[in-house]
Design a protein. Structure first.
Length: 299
């Protein structure tokens, strides 16, 4: 064995990921009979169960906090870059949609955290590099396909936000950030933009929560296709509406708190939520498989 430099390591990871993408693409769009013959059974849980989910997420974060913070430092950096883009190009009206967009692409961005929790659950000693184990997953193509769906939804949200601004305070961009803030909170058009924007954003958030709340962990854990993963996630959300609503509020509050101090808090909030999502998957999806249409059980 030899010690490889980062370039060699990265090249190996890319080659393995490319191979996995090919086989994963077959998993996403190939033989439906093989992949969808067993639809996972789901469980009903109570909002109080989220305390245990979050506790285990914090435990995972505490076990590997140095590695995870190093891995997740990209989140506040991306947040600051997006803010700079909004300010530098006079797109103040998109600053909030960009920041809130973390919630839409967060399930995909946290894929490495699910992998770390999965390996820790198996008793494997891990570090930050093991998060890239998803590149070798047979379901990598399916994971990438679902991630692109979330990115598409995020872009559609930005287009919707811009359209709402154009119909209320627009269509011309604001003269300055101060002018924009004043117009938002002191004019009827500004309040109309807030009400419509929050309402439309809520619908986008509900959609993403329903299709992705446990989809990515399921793809990592089992050989299923994208359609099965989304279908199972929607079933989990439908069977646990109150709990999923509470989980959505936890995510929103966490992202708001993490974003306020220049997005720095996201380096802690994102990994905790990411690890907790893996444990939420474990509580809501039964081990093994069950035929489609089977009755759900209470955890």
């Amino acid at each position: 064995m030899t010690i490889r430099n980062p370039v060699e390591w990265g090249a190996d990871q890319f080659r393995e990921g490319t191979h996995a993408a090919g086989s994963g693409g077959h998993a996403a769009y190939g033989t439906k009979g093989e992949l969808n013959s067993l639809v996972p059974g789901i469980c009903r849980i109570e909002p109080k169960d989220l305390r245990e989910v979050l506790r285990k997420g914090v435990e995972d974060f505490g076990a590997y906090r140095t590695d995870v913070i190093f891995l997740c430092i990209i989140y506040p950096i991306v947040g600051l870059v997006l803010a700079q883009v909004a300010f530098g190009r006079d797109m103040f009206q998109l600053l909030f949609p960009l920041a809130s967009g973390f919630a839409l692409i967060g399930p995909f961005a946290a894929i490495g955290l699910y992998e770390m929790s999965r390996r820790r659950e198996q008793g494997v000693t891990i570090n930050w590099a093991d998060a890239f184990g998803v590149l070798r997953s047979p379901s990598f193509g399916s994971i990438l396909a679902l991630g692109l769906i979330l990115v598409g939804i995020f872009l559609l949200w930005l287009l919707s936000a811009q359209a709402i601004y154009a119909a209320t305070l627009g269509p011309e961009p604001p003269d300055s950030f101060g002018t924009f803030v004043r117009d938002v909170f002191t004019t009827s058009a500004g309040w109309a933009m807030i009400v419509i924007g929050v309402g439309v954003g809520f619908l986008f958030a509900v959609l993403v929560l329903a299709i992705s709340v446990i989809s990515f962990p399921l793809l990592l854990d089992r050989k299923v296709g994208v359609a099965t993963a989304i279908y199972t996630s929607v079933r989990v959300a439908a069977a646990n509406p109150t709990t999923m609503a509470a989980w959505g509020m936890v995510i929103v509050c966490g992202l708001v708190v993490g974003s306020i101090p220049l997005f720095v808090g996201l380096a802690i909030v994102m990994p905790v939520l990411g690890h907790a999502t893996w444990h939420l998957y474990r509580k809501t999806v039964r081990s093994g498989g069950s035929a489609a249409g089977s009755s759900d059980q209470r955890s």
